[in-house]
Design a protein around this ligand. Structure first.
Ligand SMILES: NC(=O)c1ccc[n+]([C@@H]2O[C@H](COP(=O)([O-])OP(=O)(O)OC[C@H]3O[C@@H](n4cnc5c(N)ncnc54)[C@H](OP(=O)(O)O)[C@@H]3O)[C@@H](O)[C@H]2O)c1
Length: 253
């Protein structure tokens, strides 16, 4: 099923495009001929990706998504007049794996700031563009947005927020033609665990040991599936799991 060629000059905006799922989405959407707007903090990674994806036009913003003023300026000034018909609201992180009372509260705040406040800001700034193009907002939820586990109280809470928000937003947007999808992956092998465990590679690697985790491209592929359906089809929620994972902590060992 093809993508509407009339919209091929539009842009797909991806937050968290410098690694993992966001980077894989940039590659897959570029392979489909989609122009890109890429946001993340690590500028050299975005520049490298832009150089590689030379078949499409790529605009980059090296910034922290929690910088509300920078996001506001970028969307309302730098992107003014740009047609954006897909937004992948993907930047997010977990920090720590301890019982809640043992958390460093600064980590709690960072997860809330990135996974909720900045996520909402990006959605809010994106909707005027998506209403114009009858576009598609893809929000990165998680299996952690459907179930919770000890040591992940705050991260799971933020992802439950994403799921609830997306469900309500669908209702707010009825009649606008804007599609909204939550993608809820199980374990994907990315930098997610190394970030969570603050650079401790041994602990991070152990997360993916003994079973075959998803790769970032598997999630990019699910996004492309949702985007490339006909415009009257809204793929509401896609839970994508490794074959070896049958629950949030139930994995083949
Ligand atoms: N990996 C999994 O198993 C899994 C499962 C379910 C859901 N998810 C969700 O998928 C999304 C992507 O995660 P991933 O696995 O691809 O992780 P990742 O490899 O660590 O990539 C995270 C991306 O987010 C960006 N980012 C983080 N904080 C940011 C900030 N303050 N400002 C701007 N960009 C920021 C990072 O870029 P910079 O560091 O360059 O800023 C990076 O590009 C997250 O929302 C995560 O919760 C992941």
């Amino acid at each position: 099923m093809g993508y509407d060629p009339l919209l091929m000059k539009s842009y797909t905006l991806i937050t968290g495009a410098s690694a993992g799922i966001g980077e894989a989405s940039a590659r897959l959407f570029a392979a489909q001929g989609r122009n890109l707007v890429l946001i993340a903090r690590r500028e050299e990674r975005l520049q490298k990706l832009k150089a590689e994806l030379s078949n499409v036009d790529v605009k980059i913003l090296a910034a922290d998504v929690t910088d509300a003023a920078a996001m506001e300026k970028f969307f309302t000034t730098d992107l003014a007049g740009v047609s954006i018909d897909v937004v992948i609201n993907n930047a997010g992180l977990a920090l720590g794996r301890d019982p809640f009372d043992q958390y460093d509260f600064a980590d709690v705040e960072t997860m809330i700031d990135v996974n909720i406040t900045a996520f909402l800001k990006i959605a809010h700034l994106s909707l005027p563009f998506l209403k114009k193009t009858k576009g598609h907002l893809i929000n990165l939820g998680s299996i952690a947005g459907m179930k919770a586990y000890g040591g992940g109280a705050v991260y799971c809470g933020t992802k439950h927020f994403v799921h609830a928000f997306t469900e309500a937003l669908r209702q707010d947007l009825l009649g606008s033609g804007v599609r909204v999808t939550t993608i809820a992956p199980g374990n994907v092998e990315t930098e997610f665990s190394i970030v969570r465990h603050k650079g401790d590679k041994a602990i991070a690697d152990a997360v993916y040991e003994g079973f075959e985790a998803l790769q970032p491209v598997d999630i990019a592929d699910a996004m492309w599936y949702a985007v490339s359906r006909p415009s009257h089809v809204n793929t509401e929620l896609m839970q994508v799991m490794p074959t070896d994972q049958a629950g949030i902590t139930v994995r083949r060992t």
